[in-house]
Design a protein around this ligand. Structure first.
Ligand code: PLP
Ligand code: COI
Length: 351
């Protein structure tokens, strides 16, 4: 068991993206076709049946959200109803009985509230990462849906997944690799769902790229290997010199809630916003590129290596002006520094 962490013992300026044990997690059980009401539990370990489908056949889905301590001392969760909808779709794809939207939202609410003493203070740039997940359990051997299921949500205080957090007012850009050897998802496969198997497939290529100094892998479409799909843990965008915000249209990428939000912010800022095919050999058309996701937030991309070619954006190590603007706008909404005019934030009453 990892050490219990206390708010004051954490270095909130250096959290990274890692598991830290928090006192409470929510769990609900489905044993007879019906979900139990669920409750908060303290043990981070779970007992799993040796025949559980999650262990053998990857019957598991998850989500990722952030909860923020805002400027005025209130707590907000970013766009949780979007995650609830996507979670339901992932469950349906894997024959997992979905939990109701009400239970999903209530579970987020309960864990945020129960662990609120560990929520990173306003001004640190850090927040809670909420991790809902669901998996098949119980006696089983053949390839079929499980007889039992577990739904849980745990939290961890985090900074950003790709380590691009603004420091000294500068947002750091990273170096990424387009994989020509490995695919992440197939047409008509499960790329658009947030399920464990997609990430299992990305472990080896991700490890190889990280060992060579890259932040993460950018995947191509597996049918033609010519078009950008997305990164291992985020969606991709590029911005052209004439103010067009472009992001790949594909049936086999995860429909990112951050992307959906950033597209709106880009449009509000007067940019032309387009979802279309993005050919890897045309990456030179962009003046800025980046990654978008709950963990990533907006992570600027400074360099992309692709089949012996290198594309560099700006000075290669800092965010471009438009990326910086979009990042700052999104963060200000999340931290309550800008009015939440779009109704993206769910307030959590913690007192
Ligand atoms: N694509 C992948 C593969 C991801 O893992 C994530 C992270 O959740 C995203 C995109 C971004 O999605 P969202 O913005 O909804 O977090
Ligand atoms: C998220 O951003 O929520 C993710 O799930 C990314 C994951 C690769 C950690």
């Amino acid at each position: 068991m990892s050490e219990k962490t206390k708010n004051e013992e954490l270095d909130f300026t250096n959290l990274g993206f890692k598991y830290r044990r928090m006192p409470y997690r929510f769990r609900a059980y489905n044993k007879d076709g019906k979900w139990s009401e669920g409750s908060l539990e303290t043990n981070e370990r779970i007992l799993i049946h040796e025949g559980a489908t999650v262990l053998h056949y990857g019957q598991a889905a998850f989500e990722g959200l952030r909860a923020f301590l805002r400027a005025d001392g209130t707590v907000g969760i970013f766009r949780p109803y979007e995650n609830a909808t996507r979670f339901r779709r992932s469950c349906e794809r894997l024959l997992i009985p979905p939990v109701s939207t009400e239970m999903f939202i209530d579970a987020l609410y309960q864990v945020t509230k129960a662990n609120v003493d560990y929520l990173p203070p306003y001004g640190t740039g850090a927040s809670f990462y909420l991790r809902p997940y669901i998996y098949g359990d119980g006696e089983n051997l053949g390839v079929s849906a499980a007889p039992e299921y577990v739904f849980s949500v745990f939290v961890a205080p985090i900074a950003s997944y790709y380590g691009s957090d603004a420091s000294d007012g500068k947002l750091a850009a990273g170096k990424y690799l387009i994989s020509t050897d490995y695919d992440r998802a197939a047409p008509h496969g499960t790329g658009a769902d947030k399920i464990g198997g997609n990430y299992a497939a990305s472990l080896l290529p991700g490890h190889l790229a990280k060992s060579s100094g890259y932040v993460d892998v950018i995947y191509l479409d597996s049918a033609t290997h010519t078009k950008i799909e997305e990164l291992g843990g985020a969606n991709f965008y590029g911005i052209t010199a004439d103010n067009e915000f472009v992001t790949p249209a594909s049936e086999s990428i995860l429909p990112s809630i951050t992307k959906k939000s950033v597209m709106e912010l880009a449009k509000d800022a007067g940019m032309k916003v387009t979802e279309r095919e993005v050919f890897a050999d045309q990456l030179g058309d962009f003046t800025e590129t980046g990654a978008m996701g709950t963990g990533a937030v907006i992570a600027p991309i400074g360099q992309i290596d692709y089949a012996g070619r290198t594309f560099t954006y700006g000075d290669g190590i800092h965010a471009g002006e438009k990326t910086e603007y979009l990042y700052n706008t999104l963060r200000k909404i999340q931290f309550g520094e800008l009015q939440d005019e779009k109704g993206w934030i769910l307030d959590v009453k913690v007192n």
